[in-house]
Ligand binder design. Structure first.
Ligand code: AMP
Ligand code: ZN
Length: 396
């Protein structure tokens, strides 16, 4: 019996895949509390919730090898294109902001990846919101409001279940059945794992918690010609991505807030606007003095889809990430992304241009909690030292 498992991967994991494989190992089995992959790619260490016998150990090992083989076999190192590099801008702070955030009551954990935030963080998020709204205005992009729930049918239509099954969050309710509802009202209780209710008390799943903002706009435009042949819009919303044991501090949340500026139209319209948005945001980040880099990236597709989809995204430069420096851990964190989906949504959802061809889409997406977090990690908590416009915004 052992509660720590050392595994030699069937194929050595190349360095550029180490982080990606590590984060996917969280989803391999519920007994895995934490997974580590040595930077050499030759050793995986699993820390388990409880000790397992030889049979379970063999089962776990086989599952881990499946992940490694699916992700590593035939993978090639993507060429990372760096579009902006301001990582060496001077910063004021080198501590872990989580300590101070907790001490000041600026952050309170409700459950894994779910936090309430205090006035300083909230005002910082509002400051960044104002910058993103200015960006939307510069394109004449009007505001939209989208729901927090998204129908299962919608996500199926854009193949989301195949690409990101691991991070979905499902919504249900009690079945319309007097006995079920009566029994629930009398017996429902939580233990450390959650509600004790039998799964057959719940309805079939019709809706999920939305994982992104822009999908709602594409569905509103589906199955018809795009009025005027092009469209810019903006919206902000709660987004949900279940990231299992990868959920740590404000860096990786189950429930977070995303502001998007969205473009729908001909290819050149979308690509030009994505580039213009990037240049306008470069000015904003320069004014503040943020240390960051913009580089090509890929989405965290699930194991079976990862190799193919990630290669496709990088080959066509479909995603660029804004990665802000986190001085305290000498690493970077994606605070936003510039995305181009080609005509994927136009084709899947039958959004047509005047000549009958499918519309292209793209979006610029910012994570508000991460923006505030990265700012605090670089500028610290002495507001007097902050750039003047940020200081004024939080000192209302
Ligand atoms: P993406 O659509 O994955 O490019 O996400 C856009 C932005 O949302 C990212 O750059 C992050 O700032 C933010 N974001 C994505 N996932 C999370 C998460 N799990 N926790 C907090 N912020 C996130
Ligand atoms: Zn989007």
């Amino acid at each position: 019996m052992t509660d720590t498992l050392e595994i030699t991967p069937a194929l050595p994991i190349p360095e550029f895949l180490v982080g990606e494989v590590r984060s996917k190992l969280a989803y391999v089995d519920e007994t895995i509390r934490k997974a580590e992959v040595a930077i050499s790619g030759n050793r995986i260490t699993l820390h388990l919730e409880q000790a397992v016998d030889a049979a379970l150990e063999a089962e776990l090992t086989a599952k881990v090898q499946r992940v490694v083989t699916a992700m590593v076999k035939g993978a090639f190192k993507p060429k990372v294109q760096v579009l902006e590099d301001y990582l060496d801008r001077p910063v004021l702070y080198a501590e872990d902001p989580n300590t101070e955030l907790l001490q000041r009551g600026e952050m309170h954990q409700e459950t894994n990846g779910v936090y309430t935030l205090g006035p300083l963080v909230t005002r910082l998020m509002e400051y960044f919101e104002a910058q993103f709204l200015d960006l939307a205005d510069s394109f004449g992009a009007p505001p939209y409001r989208f729901p927090t729930l998204i129908p299962a049918q919608y996500l199926q239509r854009v193949d989301y279940f195949r690409a990101f099954p691991h991070s979905l969050t499902f919504v249900t309710h009690l079945r319309e059945d007097l006995d079920v509802i009566d029994s629930f009202s009398q017996h429902a209780a939580c233990d450390e794992h959650g509600l004790n209710t039998a799964p057959d008390s719940f309805s079939k799943i019709q809706a999920l918690l939305s994982p992104a903002v822009c999908y709602h706009l594409y569905f509103a435009l589906a199955d018809k010609p795009l009025p005027g042949g092009k469209l810019a819009a903006t919206s902000v919303g709660n987004c949900f991505r279940y990231e299992s044991s990868n959920l740590v501090s404000l860096e990786r949340l189950w429930n977070f807030t995303m502001r998007e500026v969205i473009f729908v139209g001909p290819k050149e319209y979308v690509l030009d606007n994505r580039e213009t948005a990037r240049n306008r945001m470069r000015d904003v980040f320069e004014r503040i003095g943020l240390a960051y880099r913009v580089e090509s990236a890929n989405d965290p597709f699930f194991i079976g889809e990862f190799r193919k989809q990630a290669a496709f995204q990088s080959a066509f430069q479909l995603k660029y990430e804004i990665r802000a420096r986190l001085p305290f851990k000498d690493s970077t964190l994606a605070v936003g992304s510039y995305n181009y989906h080609q005509d994927f949504f136009g084709r899947s959802l039958n959004i047509t241009l005047e000549d009958g061809s499918p519309a292209h889409t793209g979006c610029v997406a910012f994570g508000l909690e991460r923006m505030a977090y990265a700012f605090l990690a670089q500028f610290g908590f002495d507001v007097e030292q902050w750039p003047a416009e940020v200081r004024q915004a939080v000192k209302k």
